[in-house]
Write a protein that binds this ligand. Structure first.
Ligand SMILES: [Zn+2]
Length: 342
């Protein structure tokens, strides 16, 4: 598919521990991730005597070292006064506790994301590995894979050593004064419960988090605590909220390069999911579990870490079809759900 997006910074990207200005008072930071997805973008907004950061990075010694380079260099000795987290995922919130404690900075996040971070961090019932495995077992994941998840335990702690003890609640449709400009919050669903996106009409900038990425499609998953949820329907409906924004808006995504072309990207994502749904439906000529359909949806197999996201995404696609009456779901005597075309 031709790439209809425009990347105004070309191949430029900030070096480790450096900041690259992408709009007046808005700076791009690129932090390492210890995964196949090897980086996350964070954003620094200049405000008066200090800085506001959007997202914090995954907690590793390397990310802390890169932040230290920023404190000593690009941040010019000015403190971090506020930290906004788009959502609870560890690559976004991992160092939020460390950064806010170090500077006495205030922490801003939606209620849904803060509580989910707490629930997962503290292994609350419904959010722990047992619940996670129960959900995946009902969708056909075999016992040997489930045992590997049990053995691995809570991986959220790997990248989130501490959470800020309190927060300032972000609401949808709020106007925040950050860095001398007004930023409007736009809430997104499907990737995480109450993902916040920030839009500044003055600057012509959208900080999109994981809701709008230029190259990869956002992971959309049905997880254990909301197993029958229509995450994909919610995600697709959320994308429509970006369509009224001017098409020359500079989108600052959490992964990949800043880009212009919101309408083209939203259209491509919708087409991608429609095509995947059609492929799934075509494969359901008899009862199939989500695990049976994984290679149909993705055309390849996965390692353990990727299986978790891929299976949650496959279930979200099946739930989408089920909610709309396109497929029937039946639970066998073995407790496993199987789907077939209605
Ligand atoms: Zn995410």
């Amino acid at each position: 598919m031709p790439d209809l997006l425009h990347y105004p910074h070309g191949e430029d990207a900030p070096a480790p521990g450096q900041a690259l200005q992408v709009a007046p008072g808005v700076y791009w930071l690129k932090m390492p991730l210890p995964f196949a997805l090897n980086h996350i973008n964070l954003w620094l907004l200049e405000e008066g005597e200090g800085w506001c950061a959007v997202d914090a990075g995954y907690d590793t010694d390397l990310t802390r070292a890169h932040w230290q380079m920023l404190f000593d260099g690009a941040m010019a000795g000015r403190p971090l006064t506020r930290l906004v987290a788009t959502h609870y995922h560890p690559d976004h919130i991992g160092l939020a506790g460390w950064l806010t404690e170090r500077f006495g900075a205030s922490f801003h996040i939606s209620l849904g994301e803060y509580l989910l971070a707490r629930a997962v961090w503290h292994d609350l019932p419904g959010f722990d590995v047992a619940a996670f495995n129960g959900h995946f077992a009902r969708h056909g994941l075999p016992a040997d894979k489930l045992a590997q998840f049990t053995e691995r335990g809570n991986t959220y702690h790997w990248g989130v050593k501490q959470l800020p003890p309190s927060f300032n609640r972000l609401l949808a449709g709020q106007t925040l004064a950050l860095g001398g400009s007004d930023w409007q919050t736009i809430v997104g669903h499907g990737h995480s419960p109450e993902h916040m996106v920030l839009w500044s009409a003055d600057k012509g900038v959208l900080i999109s988090g994981d809701m709008l990425l230029p190259k990869i499609s956002t992971n959309v998953g049905a997880w254990a605590a909301d197993p029958d949820g229509d995450a994909l329907g919610q995600f697709l409906a959320s994308l429509d909220r970006f369509l009224p924004l001017p098409d020359d808006t500079l989108v600052l995504p959490s992964h990949g390069r800043p880009f212009r072309g919101i309408a083209a990207r939203v259209a491509a994502l919708k087409a991608h999911h429609e095509e995947r749904l059609a492929v799934l439906l075509a494969a359901m000529d008899g009862p199939r579990t989500a695990v049976d359909l994984l290679p149909v949806l993705f055309g390849r197999m996965f390692d353990l870490y990727q299986t978790m996201f891929a299976l949650a995404e496959c279930i979200a696609h099946l739930n989408y079809l089920w909610h709309r009456g396109a497929v029937v779901r039946e639970q066998g005597a073995d407790g496993v759900y199987r789907f077939h075309r209605s």
